[in-house]
Write a protein that binds this ligand. Structure first.
Ligand SMILES: [Zn+2]
Ligand SMILES: [Zn+2]
Ligand SMILES: [Zn+2]
Length: 217
């Protein structure tokens, strides 16, 4: 079929996930499966996520309801049309600044990411918003505690207790995700002597990289 399969995984809920290199290849594969075993298998092609951007340090009077209109009015050169921007939520940072999260397609992202965004009297920066979902019960990625099927695992030392009950010294920190990786691939290539909350954790970097690959930039 001239389709390169990059990974094939059994998911927990009796589904199989197959990854190919491009949309075209995924569709070809999907069609073939439907054609030959459509009676037994149901094909779902996963779309890439829209990209998420964060508008940083926005003024008080910019809200979810008026951000698109304000952008269109104050930066007409970007040619933002109604519906190009989906404002998702606002949040206040530790430094008491307000940020606003947007979902956009790749064309709109390109326009916004290079621009100086005027909002009211302020000039705002735009950044990609990339986060990893980490379960606070087991410290693994890509599910939250409601869907957790793993043992409770301390994010600092991999012990079976909560973070707040941890008595490990920094020298005893161990990362569960890197440990599992090494075990799975039967290596000890990855250094595990760090907390799984560490921003430079190789497993976290891999999760973020994967997130980027699945996002439509
Ligand atoms: Zn979990
Ligand atoms: Zn601990
Ligand atoms: Zn790690």
């Amino acid at each position: 079929m001239k389709v390169g399969i990059t990974s094939l995984k059994l998911l927990r809920d009796v589904r199989v996930m197959i990854e190919a290199n491009s949309k075209k290849e995924t569709e070809a594969l999907g069609n073939k499966i439907e054609e030959t075993c459509g009676a037994e298998l149901e094909v779902n092609i996963q779309k890439r996520r829209n990209s998420r951007l964060v508008l940083l340090s926005i003024p008080e009077d910019i809200k979810l309801e008026n951000v698109e209109e304000t952008l269109a009015k104050q930066t007409p050169e970007l040619e933002i049309k109604e519906g190009d921007i989906r404002a998702k939520f606002c949040y206040t940072t530790k430094r008491e600044t307000r940020n606003l999260l947007l979902e956009v397609d790749s064309g709109t992202r390109k326009k916004l990411i290079q621009a100086r965004i005027k909002l009211g009297w302020a000039i705002c920066r735009v950044d990609d918003y990339i986060v990893a979902i980490r379960c606070f019960r087991c410290s693994r990625y890509n599910h939250n505690f409601r869907d957790c099927r793993e043992e409770e695992t301390c994010p600092l030392c991999t012990g079976s207790h909560k973070l707040r009950d941890c008595t490990a010294a920094k020298s005893e920190y161990k990362c569960i995700n890197c440990l599992v990786y090494n075990r799975h691939y039967q290596t000890n290539q990855i250094d595990i002597a760090h907390s799984s909350l560490d921003k430079s954790c190789p497993s976290l970097q891999a999760v973020l990289e994967k997130y980027k690959q699945n996002t439509d930039y």
